[in-house]
Design a protein around this ligand. Sequence first.
Ligand code: F0G
Length: 440
Amino acid sequence: MKSTSSNTTMSNTTMSAHLLRCVRCSSVQGKVDRLFRCSECGELLEVSYPHWKTLDNESGARLKKIWQERRLSTAPEDVSGVWRYRELLPRTDLQHIVTMSEGNTPLLLLKKSARMLRLSHLLVKHQGMNPTGSFKDTGISVAISNAKAEGFPVVCCASTGNTSASVAAYAAHAEMKSLVFLPAGQITAGKLAQSLEYGATVVQLLTDFDGCLQLLHQVIQRFPAYLLNSVNPYRLEGQKTVAFELMEQMNWSVPDHVIVPGGNLANSSALGKGFLELVELGLISKPPKISVIQAAGANPLVRTMRENNGKELVKVTAETKATAIRIGNPASWRKAVAVLQNTGGTAEDVSEDEIALAKAELGAEGIGCEPASAATLAGLKKLVKSEFVKTTETVVLVLTGHMLKDADYMLQAKGNRFVGPVEADAGAVIRTLEQIYAGN
Ligand code: F0G
């Protein structure tokens, strides 16, 4: 396969030299341990690019053009909606890049909901359209490429189901082995089936997600596997590219708000990092307000903001039918707080009924997603009501997972258009239909 001509000059050598820096004490790390924690204070690390400078108009325009031209290429690193933006990613040899054409997800208008909320511009960025059906693929592509470059044969994660599906698929594609820890009985059938199908070793544990992650941390100190949870800062580098792709799709006109669901809080952190880097480089003038929506039964960030203005994490015992975000002790809380503060966004929580209603409303527009993703629309309704979001503003909801990830949720909520069983006879069917439509 052949890259575009601009790509030939934009080989891996133009990717960015980076270092890992602690998000609390800012100390730069030399060698990093398997848990990706600061050697000074134990906090999470982030990738930073010391050589970046603000681009002048001409260089900025050139970079945007290169990204656009790569869409015509057939080279895997150009087709990827992550690696296409590789000037803003850690330097990686092309031979180590593991890609399955992640990213490249649609941006769709949400017309009925916009009318209902009297919003002039409401869009969804559907990250559920990634190869394994969730946004995780963008981050896993970058982090597993780093694992490959470092020569690890085994990768691992703890998960509420989507990370594990993505890790299993990308590991299989890269001819690596994968090990996943899942909370027993708390993963949807679809997500569990994905991990099994892609050949992961699946360990179900009698604990919740937070317990699985803690246990995995202990295990990998004695077992040689590369950690792909979002404490791995390379994950966020992949996930931040959604900001770049979104800006291209919006012709570089910055929306007023971007709203994401929050669980372990890496996605909101990554999205914020992406937008703030675009500001730093001079490619946009300001970031959108980034707001995070959690289920009321799993709302540690909301409580942390309300109760102590983001200074100290308020852990909760998580409970919600939106199993993807059933997390009470989020690893990336400090990064997410910084994103809310640096972009002027907010944290809000929504009830189980509000999530179910929002999910049904999205479905009624032909836009399926999993319950966690629908929390964004439910949250938006509250933010419009409180006038945090003004009706003249442009809003983008990030839908994080595909609707088929959780078919049981929808079947339990089946509406009155689910008819039968009816006798397999045309007369009987017509009589039934006449009764139904007589009511409308
Ligand atoms: N939406 C979906 C569909 C998810 O699967 C997740 C997280 C989130 C939102 C929240 O993102 O954790 O970055 O705040 N799922 C993880 C997993 C925890 O293991 O699949 P976050």
